[in-house]
Design a protein around this ligand. Sequence first.
Ligand SMILES: [Zn+2]
Length: 187
Amino acid sequence: MMYYHNFLVDVSRYAELGKDNDFPELDCCPMCRARNRLQRHGFYERNAIETEASTYRVTICRLICPDCKKTVSILPTFLLPYFQHTLDFIIFILLAFWLTRSCLCTHQLRRFYERRAYGKQTEWTLFFREEGYHQVLPKDPKEKAIKLLRMIQALGKATFVRRWWGHRINSFMAHSLYHGARVAKTE
Ligand SMILES: [Zn+2]
């Protein structure tokens, strides 16, 4: 499973620190709830792309539960699950395109995230309703997506990712894994 942690550093600093990042200790297993300290279980690397020009290779720490033997990956909150681009970059390219028609990446990639953002609108709306937002949202899908992305920015990306995926990690796991496989094939 994935566990999100705010390392309080940006992606470049996180990449530079590698295995020396301040990885959290977990005293309770998030999977079986056993009160045992999870043990270090190696590292792996993945890409984090901030802009077209800057790609970082980041180190992810894995922990294992001594009871249920399942593993947890400690993901920095600047990474979206199963995506190689950071949430910053996704919000930035979509808002730039929708608001000023500037295209900051390939059309193919922008359309990919556009479809993704439209597809997530209902879930994002539900998330904000549950968080206590009662403002009326625009009817037009693009206007609505712009509004929602700005609400995510206002809430703070780290907070959004942690709460949103915290809420839905179980029910979305199957779908996300499927989607992740598709992304891996097309990119
Ligand atoms: Zn466990």
